[in-house]
Design a protein. Structure first.
Length: 227
């Protein structure tokens, strides 16, 4: 009876080990399970959304303009709690804590520029925006300087934006050319997104793009493919 008991335990242990190894392989080689903690991708990816990304996509193809991608941005320092972008230095720029002591940070953004693109963000019209609707401005006719993305001289239509994109003051115009093997990434909630416009290095290497975001599985009312 004791032998039968231990044999049963061994079988269950074998099943659990196999299940763990399969889950580890799937989560680290095939898919990634990601969480949206900020409003930077609203209204397409609301705060609190959970989604699956496919890691193998960019093993066979390169990121395309319009793809929503999951990428390795940098680190959150264990010592000073500051978040910072990856660089050639192997330490936190704020307190010199080594990167290997700190927590990796992944972001989710949309590919706007691919290698060789000339990207411009220009102020070319004025409009109302949600950002200024409930502020100090009492003038109902007040308009905010807004603009569009231009790629290689042509205006790029972005029907996924939730409001006009402010191009003024803090939201400065952009004029860059994308280097080889790098990409220019922006959030869909353009007026509330920390993205390439503000990063020290605005270009993300293909080596740091880990997966293409495919499916929202939470909340239930948002379940579906990511556009």
């Amino acid at each position: 009876m004791n032998n039968a008991f231990f044999k049963e335990v061994a079988e269950w242990a074998k099943i659990l080990v196999i299940a763990f190894l399969v889950a580890f392989f799937v989560n680290n080689v095939i898919i990634t399970n990601s969480y949206i903690p900020t409003p930077s991708m609203e209204s397409n990816l609301p705060v609190g959304s959970r989604l699956f990304g496919f890691r193998l996509t960019y093993k066979f193809t390169k990121p395309k303009r319009g793809d929503v991608v999951i990428f390795d941005y940098g680190f959150e320092c264990k010592n000073c709690k500051e978040m910072y972008q990856k660089s050639e230095d192997d330490v936190c720029p704020h307190c010199n804590t080594p990167n290997n002591h700190n927590k990796k940070v992944h972001f989710i953004k949309r590919v706007i520029g691919i290698p060789g693109d000339h990207i411009e963000i220009k102020n070319d019209y004025t409009a109302d925006t949600e950002l200024f609707k409930a502020t100090m401005f009492e003038d109902k006719d007040f308009k905010v300087p807004c603009g569009h993305v231009y790629i290689n001289g042509e205006r790029y239509d972005e029907n996924y934006l939730n409001e006009p994109m402010i191009v003024n003051g803090f939201y400065k115009p952009v004029d860059v050319t994308i280097p080889e093997d790098t990409y220019y990434l922006l959030g869909d909630n353009r007026n509330n997104s920390e993205d390439a416009r503000f990063w020290k290095n605005p270009f993300i290497s293909i080596k740091d793009i880990e997966a293409k975001a495919y499916i929202i599985y939470w909340p239930l009312n948002c379940v579906g493919f990511i556009k």
